[in-house]
Design a protein around this ligand. Structure first.
Ligand SMILES: [Zn+2]
Ligand SMILES: [Zn+2]
Length: 348
């Protein structure tokens, strides 16, 4: 593997070239959150109070699902402290933004900010990193799944993207809640249960088909959209012993209008370099990276990243490669030359 550098090494070289404003909180980004909140409330009220046919209800579900994901991206940003600085307000707004996906703000800060960001793609310490071949060898259920052909596993895992975010978040809750002291863990429990009270409560308030269109379908769509980005963030990159954001992260490209609606979530390498920065300035960071380290930076269209995720297995082999235990084929990671038009493997 090439020489690795930590986040500070890159940040020190780029930050003098960025405007001071880039690191100031930007409360005006809450207008986007307000717009999505209005769309979500109106969408749910329209489905539950009106009698439209299922095609119109489904179209509203699509808009709701898109909004669930988008406001989640804003929640991510808020909880990094780039929108407001006041602690309680940050947690309240972040919690509200993550309400549709049922993730509590304190859990998110522990899981995402303190664990994932601090230990990205570390084999043991990153809660979001995929397992190594050694870890795989001790997991009997996963071993059973990996007896199935790659195309079937891909179909299964892409379908599972529609619940993965909330499911993984729930798993994280039960792992991390034990690490908090009593008072904080009660807070975590309340934040965990509250969204479910709301969404299950809605089930008892409205007819089942209206609940499906107003919550269940948007929940699945929202999870799927969020996970399309998240699964492309690091899963094609190698595991690393040093948190080098250019080696362990991938930025995807999407149409400009989608970047606006998704709060620039596509710039993931830039985000790992400067998690406390207003995402409006990520394109400037990208320009600087491309000037200084064009060969180290990974980027591709989101659709290409998804295609690569479909066509490659997810178990790491010697940190830099991916192995399909079923036929012992070893695929390259992005660091070893994996490209959308160049998927190569060799046999173990
Ligand atoms: Zn990440
Ligand atoms: Zn983040």
């Amino acid at each position: 593997m090439k020489e690795l550098h930590n986040i500070g090494w890159y940040a020190n070289k780029i930050s003098p070239k960025l405007p001071k404003n880039a690191f100031k909180p930007v409360p005006s980004r809450l207008f986007g959150g307000l717009a999505y909140t209005i769309i979500i409330i109106c969408g749910i009220l329209t489905i539950t109070l009106c009698r439209f046919n299922n095609i119109i209800n489904f179209l509203i579900s699509l808009v709701l699902g898109f909004s669930f994901a988008s406001i989640g991206f804003l929640g991510h940003e808020i909880l990094h402290g780039t929108v407001v600085k006041t602690h309680w307000l940050k947690n309240l707004l972040g919690g509200m933004a993550f309400l549709p996906l049922s993730i509590g703000p304190n859990l998110w800060i522990k899981w995402h900010n303190m664990s994932h960001h601090a230990n990205t793609q570390h084999e043991i310490n990153d809660p979001d990193a995929w397992m190594s071949f050694e870890q795989f060898s001790n997991r009997s259920f996963i071993k059973y799944i990996y007896k199935l052909p790659l195309w079937f596993r891909s179909l299964f895992s892409f379908s599972a993207l529609s619940i993965s975010f909330t499911l993984h978040g729930t798993r994280m809750f039960f792992i991390y809640v034990k690490e908090f002291k009593r008072q904080k863990s009660i807070k975590l429990w309340i934040q965990f249960i509250l969204p479910w009270i709301i969404w299950i409560g809605l089930f008892f308030l409205v007819e089942t088909d209206k609940w499906i269109f107003s919550y269940l379908l948007p929940f699945l769509i929202g999870n799927f959209i969020v996970m399309c980005y998240i699964s492309s963030n690091h899963r094609l990159n190698p595991l690393v012993p040093i948190n080098d954001p250019l080696v362990n992260s991938l930025s995807v490209t999407v149409p400009k209008w989608l970047d606006v609606l998704h709060f620039n979530f596509s710039y993931h390498t830039e985000h790992h370099l400067f998690p406390g920065m207003n995402p409006k300035y990520y394109s400037l960071v990208k320009e600087e990276i491309l000037k200084l380290w064009p060969d180290r930076y990974h980027q591709m269209p989101l659709s290409s990243a998804l295609k690569l995720l479909w066509k490659t297995p997810r178990i790491y082999y010697n940190n830099e490669e991916l192995i399909d235990p079923r036929n012992k084929r070893i695929y390259t990671s992005l660091e070893k030359g994996l490209k959308p038009n160049k998927i190569s493997y060799h046999n173990l």
